[in-house]
Design a protein around this ligand. Structure first.
Ligand code: HEC
Ligand code: HEC
Length: 254
């Protein structure tokens, strides 16, 4: 693996070394990130600052923009300029643009993964179509209850967490989302997903979407599976970016 220029390590600190390793098999390459860093310093830092937070209402390292959502939108802002010329238009090559986006995206995620974010509309089509997500997940009252409701997933999860859920599910499985297998004293076996649990009781949605509550003292077995339901997604890199773009639009009503 090629080394990062020392200057980047100094500025971003130790956390990037992990991010770096991860980003290699993720959407952006290491070359892209270091190229982007240089282009950023030369063209953008003057106004946006080294940490990307000098402009009111825009914090590039945290993906806080005014109107931009996708990588494509950010490129549009750079190529066309913004705010009636207060941000000038830049004449950069496609490689330089990709580099800046990679650099912005790697700083953006607290988990340090530079994840591509694509077209939300296309992402929704995939979600409802050949991605087969809507066969398990419920959004805004539509769809089954056997998998986590994703209506507000965009305000709860980072792009990095969504990426891991789709590509390396075993690294993203949250305790509350683990599936459970219960056996009651009357020898009924129930599999399902936990909604809630305390010391004495557990509430689950069973495989037929029924909400059920059990006293733990009435159970002879209570197993929590560490095996994710998700298999690593077979969608293409672009499709995953689009689906993540869509998931990020699913937020709590303002
Ligand atoms: C001369 C100052 C200046 C320079 C140089 C500059 N910007 Fe900006 N940028 C601004 C201003 C001002 C805004 C806020 C626009 C607004 O208020 O809508 C902005 C906004 C943005 C936004 C958010 C746009 C949105 O609508 O969501 C992004 C992304 C951005 N800049 C990226 C960059 C990048 C990348 C570079 C370097 C290639 C750069 N800027 C260079 C002044 C600048
Ligand atoms: C066979 C049913 C099934 C399908 C198909 C499915 N999921 Fe899931 N999904 C689950 C279950 C169950 C979980 C809980 C974690 C686990 O068991 O892996 C989950 C977890 C998730 C999470 C994490 C939720 C959280 O709270 O962090 C996201 C995001 C997600 N799925 C998105 C998708 C997307 C996008 C697709 C389509 C590409 C998809 N799922 C397809 C069943 C499914």
């Amino acid at each position: 693996m090629k080394q990062l220029p020392v200057s980047i390590l100094v500025i971003i600190g130790v956390s990037l070394t992990t991010a770096w390793a991860e980003s290699n098999d993720h959407a952006y390459t290491s070359e892209s990130v270091s190229r982007g860093y240089q282009v950023y310093i030369d063209n953008c830092a003057l106004c946006h600052g080294l940490e990307g937070n000098w402009i009111e209402g825009v914090d590039l390292s945290r993906a806080q923009f005014k109107t931009a959502v996708t990588d494509h939108d950010i490129k549009g802002v750079i190529v066309e300029g913004a705010a009636e010329g207060r941000m000038p238009r830049f004449d950069l090559t496609e490689d330089e643009l990709d580099g800046i986006i990679a650099y912005i995206r790697i700083g953006f995620d607290p988990d340090g993964v530079a994840v591509k974010i694509g077209d939300p509309l296309h992402g929704e089509t995939i979600f409802r179509g050949h991605g087969e997500c809507s066969g398990c997940h419920r959004i805004n009252g539509l769809g089954p209850r056997t998998a986590p409701d994703l209506s507000h997933i965009g305000s709860h999860r980072t792009p990095g967490a969504l990426y891991r859920t789709l590509l390396t599910p075993e690294t993203a499985l949250l305790p509350i989302n683990k599936s459970v297998i219960l056996v009651t004293k009357s020898e009924e076996t129930i599999t399902g997903r936990r909604l809630n649990e305390d010391t004495y009781t557990v509430q689950i949605i069973d495989s037929t979407e029924r909400l059920r509550s059990f006293k733990k003292s009435d159970l002879t077995h209570y197993d929590i599976s560490d095996e994710p339901t998700h298999k690593p997604s077979e969608l293409s890199e672009e499709e995953v970016a689009d689906v993540i773009g869509y998931l990020l639009t699913l937020r709590s009503a303002p």
